[in-house]
Design a binder for this molecule. Sequence first.
Ligand code: ATP
Length: 854
Amino acid sequence: MSLNDSLEGDVRDFLVNEAELHTYDDLTKVNPVTPTTVLKCLQARYSARVFYTHAGCTLVALNPFQPIPHLYSLDVMREYHSAPQPQDFKPHIFIVAEEAYRNVQGQVEPVDQSLVVSGESGAGKTWTSRCLMKYYATVAASSHKCQDTVERIERRVLDSNPVMEAFGNACTLRNNNSSRFGKYIQLQLNSSQLLVGASVQTYLLEKTRVAFQAPNERNFHIFYQMMKGATEKQRQEWEMPYNQKFSWLPNADKTLEEDRLQETAEAMISLGIDTDKRTQIFRVLASILQLGNVNFSLASESQPCDLDEESKATLLQVPVDELQDCLTVRTLRAGKQNVLLKPCSQSECVIRRDCLAKVIYAQLFEWLVTFINNSMCSDNSKWCNFIGLLDVYGFECFLLNNLEQLCINYANEKLQQHFVAHYLKAQQEEYVAEGLEWSFVRYQDNQSCLDLIEGSPTGILSLLNEECRLNRASDAKQFRVRLEKELSGNTRMSWDKFSKQPHFIVAHYAGRVSYQIEGMMEKNKDPVPPELLSLLQKSKNPLLQSLFAASDAEGNGSRAQSKVVTVVSKFKNSLESLMKILHGTTPHYTRCIKPNPDCRPLTFKKEEVITQLEACGIVETIHISAADCCYFTLELLEEQRDRVRSQKAFCIQCCWRRYQRRQRAIRTQSATLIQAVVRAWLVRREVRRWHKAASVIQARWRSWRAQMDALAEAELDNAEDLLEEEESCSLPALDPLLKERGSVQLSSIPEPVAVHGWPLGLAMASAPNITVALTATGFQKVMSLMATLKIPFRHGEYKVETNQFDQGVASIRAQPRGSVKLHLRRSPLRYADMHPGQNADGVTGFNQILLEKT
Ligand SMILES: Nc1ncnc2c1ncn2[C@@H]1O[C@H](COP(=O)(O)OP(=O)(O)OP(=O)(O)O)[C@@H](O)[C@H]1O
């Protein structure tokens, strides 16, 4: 029987028990872990209205596409917050929130936390971020102290959402409330872990949407809110007549719950935007809409276009003549003095009009973000740690993709790499460094794709920038040739031979995307004619004037000479700063999954889900989390005493690292065991608080290290003692226990057993798999255990495979110089699953033993 056949058989066996599938709270317990079994479990849970599932270190969130009563209520928040062990509760986004919060309380490095919420458009990232913010605004609220300020802060933090969503979200084909910008919100906590402020960093607003909306999509919500929700008086104030139609507001008849002007206005008030400022903002927005209705008529080839009569309103509160000139005549500069005026063609006029609208909207959005930050941000001296929430646009692949999608997908590649590097890669590399044999899980390392995009000097972004800096009109075909010349050998890059449009295809981790080149260079240069900027400075609208006050330099033409900072350069820089922040924090990943493409409530489409699971490498994550392993390799050979000492230091260091990671990933399979054992250990040492364990272990590790250093320098006088200690640590409690019970259940060892001064219990707590090195005497003991358990063992060959314990095989190893490694692998099944009827709920069994020669 081939391996594949047997796996298929296992999958079939697993799926037979359909009624059980929804009970898998953590996908690491699924056995075997395959895309099919994982998918089936998620589907079963979704049908049972269970929307959250752990997947090792990641939380999978399935979008129900309908409000679920009481799922996020205040009571539920309090329940998770006050629970001694929230991870014992049903999987929930609040577990992630609480875990991050307790990490800050525990002050385990890195203390700052990042909650990375990813998923494709419509998967539920924004919703999840909102839930997280509400959670912290509730549990970290310090309203019992200086009521006023604090309440204001929490309110403001929450009120930043409707304002930013009104200005930055829009209805797209994939999501009625799609964020058209990325954001990273830092919730600032003081030394008592109370919320004292927040700041937000935004990324790449899709400003083209102001002047262009794809068929069946809409402009930003705020425009519709104004059009539908304004009172007669407000319309007059904003110069927005009642019956006027706006060409930049398509699909206005579509009614969305996001069209709530009142809510936006109230949030603006709460953030401190006064009546005057609000009026100025809305007037600017109304002017943008008016600008969209401006048309140009051509008198003759040599004459500038004329603005339609009805367009000559008091647009933007600037002099109409000057506006007309700016939109219809180009100013060319040759050197500092020579200025040449050239009438624009009709299409050029349209481009200038759109450019004006986009630059105003983008600047207004930036101003708003700065205002919100000023309103929520706490003084640096008042906060010491933060919890960051990252909500970025998901991977995008449309029929036509351009620079925006390239940037968005590049950001997603960066985040995927962060995940891969932080978890998958780091884990496996650590196994190698520690010499642990391990059947490697193949994961998608996307470094080569990142090299293709951001590599210098021949990455796509560098080549694009180079093309944009050439002093000539951009030519898509030429750029295509250049790309092919430089990158045709790259396996991540390809071209569709039959396509007539200049394009390139990038094989991203989440799929292949074809990018059209036409227009890409212009978007990257994003030129704003200086005369337009100067004009805006003359506006009578104080806000508009101040938005462009700083661009004096551009007005006198120096912008043209200074080095242009392209869109991709700016984006790359902001992404790099973000990655730097993320690297300094403890990350928590939530993968939002969109169960169907049409946003239909409670509808699960397998094909849709499997693609997303594959794209984010969930199966690989589960594999690694399920087999996460801690081990002590202590080669205890008399002739290598010095090596023994350095090994010990190394192992304890390793244990400490794993312990730290475990504490972060407390919700994983071994969570119950971790807490039970560590608590027992803590009680024994009269250390009551969870986070104190960390410092105790850290201190212990430091003292070990100091001891080891001292020993290395001195002549290792007490070497004999160490060896004696070694002899006494070969699982003394295991032998009688196994004889008595007839099965290997390490978890049933009542008291932690010391392994070289380390409580075995703690070692077990730190990871589901443990390899304990035994001395020759220890080996003999294990042999006799094996005999008791009637596990076949062939001398000289040392390899035994057994089905003694239902599932698979783990290992005991004979070390070259007579010592032995006992490798006990934690079963993905719970004790109760293996031994129905026995009351040991929540305890996970060690059910696999393998003997083999090293
Ligand atoms: N947990 C949830 N419970 C109920 N409805 C939800 C939940 N999560 C998401 N939704 C629904 O799904 C819609 C889309 O979610 P959301 O806007 O958060 O997606 P997104 O991933 O942020 O998309 P984009 O990348 O386009 O901004 C929401 O408007 C909401 O109606």
